[in-house]
Design a protein around this ligand. Structure first.
Ligand code: GLP
Length: 244
């Protein structure tokens, strides 16, 4: 769906998330949100914080699972996705810390496989993800599923693409400081979410969004596997929308 501005897009999505949280809370259950990082979802988190502060939206009955984390970064590191999520959302709403799940970038290498299986199991135990928020990288990655990643991939340790590391260089004060690996949910994990919404704003995303939308599902553009999903949407502003 294309909106004139990213602000209109996030207001609509935040409204849908709020309705989902309220409905599930009334039913006595928990709403499970899959979360993404990067600059793209920041306005969505701002809108969710506004709904919490001004319209009483409670996150007490919300469980979250983040897509990914850089491998080798501690939660305290300013560039970590743990830090990002605290800064933009978790410290500003009433979510219970034990309901927050973000891959641990400090798991010893010989324990990564077991840790990733446990992350998958925690998602299953929570009842599966109701709504997964996604951004897209210039390589066509979702989470950190770089090409080639196919739809059998699960939570695992991956090597980052040089393009992705280059895009992150300014956040780390130079390419040399960007981690080379990450732990990410897999494409299969993401496709199991009941609803998936990929957000993209601005001209710099237009090319990869067009390629992903036009492609049959292919491991060379991991985001294109969303085209297989029964309830997946691309939420775009006009600048990111393809010129068909
Ligand atoms: C990182 C994240 C992705 C995100 C991408 C795009 O690679 N792991 O989840 O979609 O960055 O970031 P931005 O939204 O800043 O363009």
């Amino acid at each position: 769906m294309v909106h004139s501005t990213s602000q209109q897009a996030v207001e609509q999505l935040a409204g849908e998330i709020a309705a989902g949280i309220r409905k599930r809370t009334r039913q006595g259950g928990r709403y499970v949100l899959g979360l993404a990082t990067g600059s793209t979802p920041i306005p969505l988190y701002e809108e969710l914080v506004r709904l919490h502060r001004e319209e009483g939206l409670s996150f007490e009955k919300v469980t979250t699972f983040n897509l990914d984390e850089y491998y080798g970064l501690s939660p305290e590191s300013e560039q970590s996705y743990h830090h990002f999520m605290q800064k933009h959302l978790f410290s500003k709403v009433d979510i219970a810390p034990e309901r927050i799940h973000i891959p641990d970038g400090m798991v010893p290498r010989n324990e990564v496989e077991r840790y990733c299986a446990e992350y998958e199991e925690a998602i299953t135990q929570a009842g599966g993800i109701d709504l997964q928020i996604l951004g897209i990288g210039r390589t066509g990655h979702i989470g950190f599923n770089e090409p080639p990643s196919d739809d059998s991939t699960r939570t695992r340790l991956v090597t980052l693409d040089p393009v992705t590391r280059q895009d992150a260089a300014s956040d780390f004060g130079g390419l040399d400081f960007v981690p080379k690996e990450a732990i990410t949910m897999g494409i299969a994990t993401i496709l199991e979410a009941r609803t998936a919404v990929l957000l993209a704003w601005g001209e710099r995303k237009q090319e990869i969004v067009s390629r992903s939308l036009a492609s049959s599902p292919s491991s060379s553009i991991p985001a294109s596997f969303l085209n297989l999903h029964q309830d997946a949407a691309y939420l775009l502003d006009e600048a990111a929308a393809p010129e068909f």
